[in-house]
Design a binder for this molecule. Structure first.
Ligand SMILES: NC(=O)c1ccc[n+]([C@@H]2O[C@H](COP(=O)([O-])OP(=O)(O)OC[C@H]3O[C@@H](n4cnc5c(N)ncnc54)[C@H](OP(=O)(O)O)[C@@H]3O)[C@@H](O)[C@H]2O)c1
Length: 219
């Protein structure tokens, strides 16, 4: 598949490593420009591009930048992607450590709903509670006992399935965590956030989530 990754940090870098190893055609972008990604390109065979170019022709786009950087992404970020593109949002709102105050999220808008409004395209929320190192180290063949499972939330059944299939290829089970309006269940501070359990444990953790945003995760 042709995959565009916007953000080449902990998550974007490791997705680039694994997805190229699986044979996907990966374009990857950061904020400083393609020329600063030569080490990752050399290591993985990915193509370094600008953020504005990353979605071009892509069947899957991953937006994996700090939340505070999302409003500054190029306008029409997803224009030029393949029809039916699945856009994955890995983001988390870290008001105290990184992102500052985002009023709509403080007022209860799910983080990924806010992100899709910013980029002007529906998103599927995945990987947000997965340690970057797990993407490199924890994948197992389908059917392995205890295989780690990732919650996946989003409104569109077809693109959600594309994302679930890709995560399976990466070596993880998935759990359907509902629509994007349900995706608060996997935000920072919830039981499932950072959980490395199997599908059964992830279903249980999602069910135990409370919609209240605790002080630690408020501005
Ligand atoms: N780290 C984790 O284990 C983890 C786990 C799950 C979810 N997340 C979430 O996933 C998101 C990314 O996390 P991360 O840890 O991978 O971040 P990170 O290591 O800080 O990397 C962020 C990347 O985004 C790029 N970037 C920033 N602004 C950009 C812009 N305007 N255009 C293009 N690229 C831009 C940065 O490029 P430059 O370096 O050139 O500035 C960098 O490559 C965050 O929302 C985070 O909360 C992280």
């Amino acid at each position: 598949m042709k995959i565009g990754i916007i953000g080449a940090g902990n998550i974007g870098g490791n997705l680039t490593r694994r997805l190229t190893a699986l044979g996907h055609d990966v374009s990857v972008a950061n904020s400083r420009g393609p020329e600063t990604l030569s080490a990752l390109v050399e290591e993985t065979g990915a193509t370094a591009v600008t953020a504005a170019e990353a979605a071009r022709g892509a069947q899957v786009v991953v937006v994996t930048v700090p939340l505070k950087a999302v409003p500054g992404l190029p306008a029409g970020l997803i224009d030029g992607a393949a029809e039916g593109v699945a856009v994955i949002d890995t983001g988390n709102y870290y008001p105290q450590q990184r992102d500052g105050r985002i009023a709509a999220i403080e007022d209860g808008t799910p983080e990924s709903r806010w992100t899709e409004e910013q980029i002007g395209h529906p998103v599927i929320k995945a990987f947000n509670g997965t340690y970057a190192q797990d993407i490199l180290s924890n994948g197992l063949p389908k059917g392995s006992p205890g295989r780690q499972a990732l919650p996946v939330a989003g409104d569109d059944a077809a693109t959600k399935q594309v994302v679930r299939d890709l995560i399976d290829e990466l070596g993880f089970d998935t759990v359907d965590a509902g629509d994007l309006d349900d995706s608060w269940r996997q935000q920072p501070g919830t039981p499932v956030y950072g959980h490395q359990g199997d599908a059964e444990a992830i279903v249980k953790a999602l069910a135990e989530a409370s919609p209240e945003r605790t002080a630690e995760w408020r501005a």
